[in-house]
Design a protein around this ligand. Sequence first.
Ligand SMILES: [Mn+2]
Length: 438
Amino acid sequence: MFTARRARFLEQIPGAVAVFPAAHLATRSNDSEFDFRQDSDFWYLTGFDEPEAVAVLLATPPRPRFVLFVRRRDPKQEVWNGYRAGTQGAIKRFGADAAYPIDQLDKVLPRLLRDADRLYFRLGHDAAMDRKVLGALERIRRTERQGHAAPAAIHDPCEVLHQMRLVKTPEELAHLRRATDITCAGHRAALRAARPGQHEYQLEAEVEYVFARLGAQSPGYSSIVGSGPNATILHYSTNRRKMEEGELVLIDAGAEVDGYTGDVTRTFPVGRRFSRAQRAVYAEVLHAQQEVIAGIKPGMEWNRIHERTCELLTESLLKLKLLKGRAKTLVKKKAYRKFYMHGTSHWLGMDVHDVGHYRRRKDWTKLEPGLVLTIEPGIYIAPDAKGVPPALRGIGVRIEDDILVTPEGHENLTAGVAKEIDEIEEIRGRALGRAAAG
Ligand SMILES: [Mn+2]
């Protein structure tokens, strides 16, 4: 899989060399570190899951090559911090044509870069690596009289690589489906587990417990569990509040499996049923989400998703008496922004906000089979919103699913979690009924 990807990448940069650094370990506090997560670009091309590594892909004569710089094996260190592949592992297990210890990078890199037409390297992403690469170029320039030349231009490899990552291969979709399946299971568990009097972090634990138990390596991003007014805070991830009967709770969480993540949001009552006001808002968001999903098919321009959502939600806000006036004028003035302030969609894959162009110059990206995107409309009414029916204040609703574009239209990868009002109330009723009985 990785060999084929590297070959496809190299075909697109004839005569050039590309350099990709691995992610670094990040300090959490004092001498302890965050769990290591490999850089997605590096991982996509190598499958190599260690820090302190650099991949060099050469599309120069005599033939395409893949060179890995890795940490030296070190039995003493490995006892403390885990196994290292070393240079032999890089060749045998990860398919490198050659491998060097990472401490040899400064010495070897000029040899790999010299005489390439162009260099593909993402400047500005990793300052230490910028210095190393620019240093290597300078050392090559000093060997001009020996007949060598430094690459004449530096390009961003992501122009090529991110367009590759945007269109998911069947292998990637298999990983992504595992991630979205586990994501759904976590949300289903939360939908059963929530109880009035519980804290948001306890519900977060229910979701993440299921993620971990089913094999997710980590959540793909910080889980959001916002109850009551917290549901109106878009990236709330403090998750410390006590949830009360009569409130809604919004959960935005995704499981990461083998480098791919789900991204799902559900909003449901902490008790058994939606209040009349909550139901009214929820029904509008659900309607918009289902309408927009129904229209997803190849050829559609990406920006139409958000435009259509804003049109639908403007009508909803008029119905809810949150806005007054003519729909057309309100859409033009973006009046919905007071209650719907984020975008409707983003690409999904190895990163929750995955890579790939949304727009190039004047042209919006057209949907095509193999793209995966979220559809996530919402309505958020601040607790202190002025000129708003009091019953609606403090209500926040978002509903989000992960959609695969198919040749025929689309497939909802996260249809496995309830979102219809009746379904949700039935699940909540059964869950709380059992709790009362048991
Ligand atoms: Mn999202």
